[in-house]
Ligand binder design. Structure first.
Ligand SMILES: *[C@@H]1O[C@H](CO)[C@@H](O)[C@H](O)[C@H]1NC(C)=O
Ligand SMILES: *[C@@H]1O[C@H](CO)[C@@H](O)[C@H](O)[C@H]1NC(C)=O
Ligand SMILES: *[C@@H]1O[C@H](CO)[C@@H](O)[C@H](O)[C@H]1NC(C)=O
Length: 174
């Protein structure tokens, strides 16, 4: 009996650990039930996917992501946009819209509403299988605060999850 509860505790700890070190994976998986064939890019450089948001031009005369600037590129990808927003001043928000627009800014409008992921139905100009917003729809990414969890991102985080899983498996199989 004690062995069972130790094993159970270890499994639970491992699951919790993996979920905590890789919030981007947890977020991406929780929204993967949609029918879209587009891949939601989980994140990079501390940015994680927040969701597909509504553009706000009609009522605020400003954009969902505001206070920064926009870069357009015929070879835009999510990764490229996150690099632009990080390099341009570590903006809190990065958003992709209408295949080729990368919006960087410190604020996300309160008027902007989170929609179904499938509403961001246009591929990136530079990679047609990645979601890059839609018509007046923005694939929004948020820079995590400078916490232990926040700085873990992208490939580094994925490697840590693999490492953590391996350690968990090794402990369990002992
Ligand atoms: C999108 O946002 C606008 C505000 O700009 C709002 O009026 C509208 O109801 C929203 N539409 C949807 C589908 O959420
Ligand atoms: C605008 O974005 C670029 C990145 O394309 C960045 O380097 C630059 O600092 C930004 N300019 C302003 C005025 O925010
Ligand atoms: C395009 O995006 C998909 C989904 O994120 C990714 O798996 C693939 O490697 C990307 N292709 C290129 C050429 O970067």
């Amino acid at each position: 009996m004690p062995r069972v509860s130790i094993a159970t505790t270890t499994v639970l700890s491992c699951v919790l650990f993996v979920a905590l070190v890789h919030p981007a994976t947890a977020l991406a998986q929780s929204t993967s039930g949609t029918d879209t064939t587009l891949a939601v890019y989980p994140g990079l450089l501390g940015y994680i996917y927040l969701g597909c948001y509504n553009e706000t031009l009609d009522i605020t005369n400003d954009r969902a992501i505001y206070g920064g600037n926009v870069t357009k590129s015929t070879d835009m990808t999510v990764g490229k946009c996150l690099e632009i927003c990080k390099g341009g001043g570590s903006y809190n928000y990065a958003g992709l819209e209408y295949t080729s627009e990368c919006w960087c800014g410190p604020y996300l409008s309160d008027f902007s509403q989170k929609l179904e992921d499938g509403q961001c139905d246009l591929g990136c100009a530079g990679n047609n299988s990645q979601a890059c917003g839609g018509a007046l729809r923005v694939s929004v990414y948020k820079l995590q605060s400078n916490s232990a969890i926040g700085v873990l991102s992208g490939r580094i985080s994925t490697r840590l999850v693999i490492l953590a899983s391996a350690v968990c498996a090794a402990v369990l199989l002992q």
